[in-house]
Design a protein around this ligand. Structure first.
Ligand SMILES: Cc1cc2nc3c(=O)[nH]c(=O)nc-3n(C[C@H](O)[C@H](O)[C@H](O)COP(=O)(O)OP(=O)(O)OC[C@H]3O[C@@H](n4cnc5c(N)ncnc54)[C@H](O)[C@@H]3O)c2cc1C
Length: 464
């Protein structure tokens, strides 16, 4: 069978590319290596970074494309690719409304890492995936193959990608090209050892099929890679991860410091300015005793718990035994196995700085990236969340142009080959702005799906 577009990997980015290809009139095949679609996208917090949306306006949040570009540029530390950043900024709002037109609901907006204003738009990621999957299945031009891994790419005499070979040895052709959406490599010991050796002891998270297959397939064709040296574990992974198919799972990761928690080590001492990126805190935590961190907070912060996004559902984490509760800081320390005298002193010193009686030991003056004022931890009951750095995502990968077309090490496009989602490098640079991974998945997924369909000469569906 010949298709117009083959999409490899049925996570968030792959589904967006498939829908865009179908809307552009393409006969589209979506391959998934594992039994269930979803990958990391089904496990994630469900927060998308968009700027200038209707929900932000309704909530009185002033955001703009300029502010988004400034945050992404600063976060990338000069290492992000300018054309990729510009494409994100230019296309994000139309992509947001495209998703809403497809039926997606964004419930609320919250602040997170490296955002100068609240910009994380939250969804239930599993519902969002199901919505797109059902939408794709409703098209007669769509075929979905689970338990079918892509193994290698097939090229013509000119080096253009014209199809792929599956794990079972079947060759499948695509007139418009192959869109790689295989996610990162957070489950590949081999690639972690090569590109992020210091993160080998971090907790492995992310989709179980995310072993860097797309990276290797494109690598074999001379593809370039970006941001490989900037892989970093994320701070705040729960010690016990929920089963993949659990109903109403507790959060896999929590960053309560952006709502006002402090972060201490086993000795009961702070070791970082908690308002900085969770990747930076993750790196710092790797060198603390037992690589353990404890987020300490009070009733005032707990009252900000909400069902969505999952990563602010502190009450669900408390109920699941991931967060500990006590009437005093001393009792909390004993429950957590943290040095009690030190923790009492640490909280007292922090509260003094919040009252401006002293200067904060680590220079913390905001909740996150300059947003919000730190608040005292003085309203019992008190809470503690023991956690470790987790390798949720690898945030680096194949070099592409602004249309998600893969580039070789010599800067030439590989005709017919696209890389989207976590597999795509060049956006994050040195660091990571929360919500930009799901954001880039849909923005560049849509662009890639449309471009590949165009290449095949497809004619877009006309809305009736
Ligand atoms: C706990 C957690 C919380 C997170 N929270 C957020 C958040 O709130 N906001 C945000 O922006 N990002 C978040 N992230 C990161 C984000 O979820 C991922 O970067 C994003 O979902 C990746 O989407 P993707 O479609 O590129 O890959 P995935 O969703 O991982 O999908 C890739 C798919 O490809 C399949 N595959 C792999 N190899 C092959 C092959 N050879 N053939 C066929 N199929 C293959 C995999 O099995 C998988 O299903 C979080 C990640 C985790 C783990």
């Amino acid at each position: 069978v010949t298709y117009d577009v083959i999409v490899v990997g049925a996570g968030w980015a792959g589904h967006c590319a498939a829908i865009a290809a179908l809307e552009s009139g393409a006969r589209t095949l979506l391959l998934e290596k594992t039994e269930l679609y979803g990958g990391s996208s089904a496990m994630c917090g469900g927060s998308f970074a968009f700027a200038g949306t209707d929900i932000q306006l309704e909530n009185g949040i002033k955001d703009s494309e300029d502010a988004l570009l400034a945050d992404l540029t600063e976060t990338g530390g000069g290492l992000s690719k300018a054309d990729i950043l510009q494409a994100y900024v230019d296309k994000q709002l139309s992509t947001y409304y495209w998703l809403k037109d497809l039926g997606m609901r964004f419930d609320r907006v919250a602040i997170s890492s490296n955002q100068s204003v609240p910009r994380n738009h939250s969804t239930d990621p599993v519902q969002a995936l199901n919505l797109l999957h059902d939408k794709a299945l409703s098209s007669p031009r769509f075929r979905y193959l689970p338990n079918c891994g892509a193994k290698e790419l097939i090229t013509d005499a000119d080096g253009a990608v014209v199809g792929l070979r599956t794990d079972s040895g079947e060759d499948i052709r695509a007139a418009g090209g192959v869109v790689l959406a295989t996610g990162g490599f957070s489950r590949s010991e081999d690639l972690i050892a090569r590109f992020a050796p210091f993160a080998r002891s971090a907790k492995k998270m992310g989709g179980f099929g995310n072993t860097g297959d797309g990276l290797k397939m494109a690598w074999a064709l001379g593809a370039d890679m970006l941001d490989m040296g900037n892989v970093s574990p994320t701070f705040g992974a729960a010690l016990v991860q929920p089963d993949a198919d659990m109903q109403d799972p507790p959060p896999r990761i929590l960053q309560i410091m952006y709502k006002g928690a402090i972060v201490v080590n086993k000795i009961g001492k702070r070791f970082v300015n908690e308002s900085v990126s969770y990747k930076k805190i993750g790196r710092e935590c790797m060198s603390q005793p037992e690589q353990a961190g404890f987020q300490i907070f009070d009733r005032q912060v707990m009252s900000q718990s909400a069902p969505l996004p999952r990563n602010v559902n502190y009450k669900r984490a408390l109920e699941a035994g991931l967060i500990y509760e006590a009437e005093t800081i001393r009792d909390l320390a004993l429950k957590l196995g943290v040095d009690a005298d030190n923790l009492v002193n640490t909280v007292e010193a922090y509260n003094q700085a919040c009252d401006n009686k002293t200067v904060d030991e680590f220079g913390r003056v905001s909740l996150s990236s300059g947003f919000g004022r730190p608040t005292k931890i003085d309203q019992g009951p008190y809470y503690g969340y023991p956690c470790v750095p987790g390798l949720t995502s690898t945030f680096c990968g194949l070099a592409t142009d602004a249309q998600a077309r893969v580039l070789t090490v010599f800067g030439k496009t590989v005709p017919g080959l696209y890389a989207i989602g976590e597999l795509m490098g060049g956006l994050h640079g040195e660091n990571y702005m929360s919500g930009s991974s799901l954001g880039k998945g849909c923005i560049f997924g849509k662009l890639a799906g449309e471009d590949a369909a165009n290449r095949a000469g497809c004619i877009a569906e006309v809305a009736s």
